[in-house]
Design a binder for this molecule. Structure first.
Ligand code: WTA
Length: 559
């Protein structure tokens, strides 16, 4: 696993801060004096993340400020902070009327629209735990997540709700449909449940290399992490129009799509639908987006459209950030050349609850690096024994514990939770990386079989389980195959049961089987039928690594 890092960077490759970019305090001095304790949220005796995110601004006299722009094809709706608060009040009343109380799990399965954001906040304001679900999930994916933490109530709409089979989710007592909620009349005092910093707030299900998705539980203490990184990394100021392209079902969409920007009182953009280059440039022009947080796959797709951007006025844009998967240097150089903007890479995970390695706007960027530790964060590159390796050596990317956003636990799975802390004093990410002499961290891959396609984490086990539910599939091994646009694509190797013969129709049927049960992004783009799968001699476990190696060898032979 350990090898010498390749590819030194010359000074000419380093991008200096853009002229005119807001200069934060000098990195070094900030780094040495920084303390998480020195912020208004850290020391609060009682806290509520939803209150801090919306109600506080209204109370401080900013109720008339625009909180959001919602763009859905031709429709453009705006809401002020006061209007968002009114909507949250309405949802709070309805949740309380349905007996939701502190600690209950409420799942929110809605498209990217204002109600999705409001439902998350209302759940949190009454002290319940919000479980936002990506709108692309199909029945099995939704059922598994709800069952794991025994969700009590589900908020969905009539379209997405059709994917759910009530029989499969017995813990759900009530399903509320967005369409009915707006018609209900509610009244009563504004209700806020005041909580301990360590009380549960959000649960995000995420995939690893083994088992079904795990429920990563975040606590209200994460507010200080969200707020501070929102200020320094996203660089939010009062006049900013901020757009994060991720759905709140993913951690980027909740933490940096909802909490961090609104804690800093930004006006956010909520855009319906997925990626389309023309629409995205159009949104920036139309709304005057100033800060934009997206993912490498999106930037690569925009790059593949060449000078399409020249048809739009992107002058408002001043700060661009990326997360979720490796950001190629070519993309950074392209954006710098064409848009005259640097793309600031950030590294963090569902489990870390907030940014840990970042490119601050005032700091030089080394293309190919994810940046440097956020102040207050110490990174270690560890060997197999948990010892810190010298700079420039590839090893396990770990972070000294603790920080406010760090997950509280893995739901109902203490042993999984403990695996992250197997070396005392460190959180182990599962990523491989090296750190250079200036502190910049370079991502080198995963230390396990987790798949990252378009920045979305996909667990091979979940896909394999779905594949073998198809009557034709005897066994399945699923890997991430390198892909120039998506980083990786999901590739499945399968063996067929003896009474089936391979055909294009059968392959397509198997693909659709996964697509309809799990999610389109998890369905294998490639399915290869083989006579047998490589397995370990003793336990007979499928050797995904060998499948991956074969695929790499094929790619390098053909290039
Ligand atoms: C990967 C997303 C390269 C990494 C916030 C990590 C990255 C996993 C980067 C977490 C980056 C995240 N460069 N790889 N800048 N950021 N990753 O939980 O493998 O969906 O462990 O959180 O994405 O994905 P998650």
């Amino acid at each position: 696993m350990i090898e010498k890092a390749k590819g030194e960077f010359t000074v000419s490759n380093i991008l200096q801060p853009n002229e005119g970019v807001y200069q934060l305090d000098d990195y070094q001095s900030r780094y040495h004096t920084f303390r998480w304790e020195d912020n208004e949220w850290f020391n609060k005796k009682k806290i509520n993340a939803a209150y801090e995110t919306i109600d506080r601004h209204v109370e401080e006299g900013h109720g008339e400020k625009t909180a959001l722009h919602y763009i859905n094809q031709q429709q453009h709706q705006t809401l002020t902070f006061k209007e968002v608060q009114d909507h949250v009040d309405h949802y709070v009343q309805i949740l309380r009327a349905n007996h939701v109380k502190k600690g209950d799990r409420v799942f929110i399965f809605l498209p990217k629209n204002p109600d999705c954001y409001v439902a998350i906040l209302a759940t949190i304001r009454i002290g319940a735990i919000a479980g936002p679900l990506f709108e692309g999930f199909m029945g099995d994916a939704v059922h598994d997540r709800i069952n794991d933490c025994q969700g009590k109530l589900l908020i969905t709409d009539k379209e997405l709700g059709q994917r759910i089979d009530r029989q499969q989710v017995p813990s759900i007592e009530t399903v509320l449909y967005q369409e009915d909620i707006s018609d209900q009349v509610t009244q009563g005092d504004r209700y806020v449940e005041w909580l301990d910093a360590d009380d549960g707030m959000l649960i995000h299900y995420t995939s690893g290399s083994t088992g079904k998705p795990k429920g990563v539980l975040h606590a209200h203490r994460a507010v200080s992490h969200h707020a501070l990184t929102g200020k320094w990394v996203l660089d939010i100021h009062d006049h900013d129009i901020y757009w994060c392209t991720s759905h709140p079902g993913w951690v980027t969409g909740s933490v940096y799509g909802l909490f961090a920007p609104w804690l800093n009182r930004a006006t956010i953009v909520i855009q319906a639908g997925r990626f389309k280059a023309e629409d995205w440039y159009q949104i920036i022009e139309q709304l005057g987006v100033t800060i934009w947080y997206s993912a490498p796959t999106a930037f690569r797709l925009l790059m593949s459209k060449g000078d399409l951007y020249a048809n739009y006025n992107l002058a408002s844009l001043r700060h661009v950030l990326s997360v979720g998967e490796p950001l190629n240097p070519e993309v950074i150089h392209w954006a710098f050349r064409e848009w005259h903007l640097r793309i600031h890479d950030t590294w963090w995970m569902t489990e870390t609850g907030g940014h840990l390695i970042v490119n601050l706007p005032s700091q030089p960027i080394k293309p190919g690096s994810m940046g440097r530790p956020f102040p207050g964060i110490e990174v270690g590159i560890l060997d197999e024994a948990g010892q810190v390796l010298p700079r420039g050596t590839v090893g396990q990317l770990a972070v000294k514990t603790s920080w406010p956003g760090l997950m509280k636990t893995i739901w109902n799975n203490e042993s999984k939770y403990q695996e992250y802390f197997r070396y005392p004093g460190w959180y182990v990410s599962g990523d491989l990386a090296y750190q250079d002499d200036d502190g910049y961290v370079f991502f080198q891959g995963r230390n396990d079989d987790m798949i990252n396609s378009s920045g979305e984490r996909i667990g091979p086990f979940e896909v394999e389980s779905s594949l073998i539910e198809h009557p034709a599939v005897a066994e399945a091994g699923v890997i991430g195959k390198p892909d120039p646009i998506r980083g990786e694509i999901v590739k499945a190797f399968i063996t067929l049961r003896s009474d089936y013969v391979v055909s294009n129709t059968l392959i397509e049927e198997i693909r659709q089987h996964v697509r309809k049960r799990l999610a389109a992004h998890a369905a294998p783009k490639e399915i290869e039928v083989v006579d047998q799968l490589p397995k370990t001699k003793i336990s007979g476990k499928i050797l995904r690594r060998e499948l991956k190696q074969r695929e790499h060898d094929r790619i390098s032979m053909s290039s």
